[in-house]
Design a protein around this ligand. Sequence first.
Ligand SMILES: Nc1ncnc2c1ncn2[C@@H]1O[C@H](COP(=O)(O)OS(=O)(=O)O)[C@@H](OP(=O)(O)O)[C@H]1O
Ligand SMILES: Nc1ncnc2c1ncn2[C@@H]1O[C@H](COP(=O)(O)OP(=O)(O)O)[C@@H](O)[C@H]1O
Length: 199
Amino acid sequence: MSTNITWHEASLNKELRRKQFGHHSFVLWFTGLSGSGKSTVANAAAKALFDQGLNPYVLDGDNIRHGLNKDLGFSEEDRTENIRRIGEVSKLFVDSGQIVITAFISPFIKDRELVRELLEADEFIEVYIKCPVDECEKRDPKGLYEKARKGLIRDFTGIDSPYEEPVNPEIVVETNKYSIEESVEQILQHLKSKGYIKE
Ligand SMILES: Nc1ncnc2c1ncn2[C@@H]1O[C@H](COP(=O)(O)OS(=O)(=O)O)[C@@H](OP(=O)(O)O)[C@H]1O
Ligand SMILES: Nc1ncnc2c1ncn2[C@@H]1O[C@H](COP(=O)(O)OP(=O)(O)O)[C@@H](O)[C@H]1O
């Protein structure tokens, strides 16, 4: 634990940055099973926002686990620490006036709620990337479900590790019913209806 530390208030704050950039800063927090489409929809949504002149950044579980969080595995404690760190990183992005899209399974309600509490009410947008586990398993883009079924991977979400569905997410994207383009459009419409980005 750090002691003898004092918070230094920045005069160049997020309100000034938001005014200059002309949009709100917030986190689109994607949660869902492996293979549900988090990375696919996150990257497509980021591209759509970029094409409108914005500068969104995607934080993706697989990628972050190559660097910042490479010391973490998939035990409940490690997943909790993974999400706590990403929550803090997301808060820095929001403070810097940016839009961040996170694509982590984030299987536990309490961990996602902890991130929600870190941020202001209008800064955390929970996006449930919803897809039945049997469809995710059919897609199996990385062959991980097959490995989990064979017992080659332990504690795999949806197989032998739990996934707790969001109770009241801001957005539910059903990737087994709608195309990638329709899912992105649904997210953009939500952001516009809230006035977070321009029409
Ligand atoms: N045991 C186990 N369970 C779930 N996922 C596993 C596991 N082992 C490796 N992988 C790969 O790691 C990606 C999930 O990492 P996350 O950081 O998003 O997970 S978590 O939020 O901490 O639960 C996940 O990526 P996605 O498929 O994009 O979700 C997998 O590629
Ligand atoms: N409507 C859809 N939305 C998102 N992904 C879809 C959809 N239909 C099929 N897919 C496919 O499902 C897979 C999802 O993989 P990925 O985006 O890596 O998921 P996750 O990041 O949740 O593990 C990709 O191969 C993608 O092309």
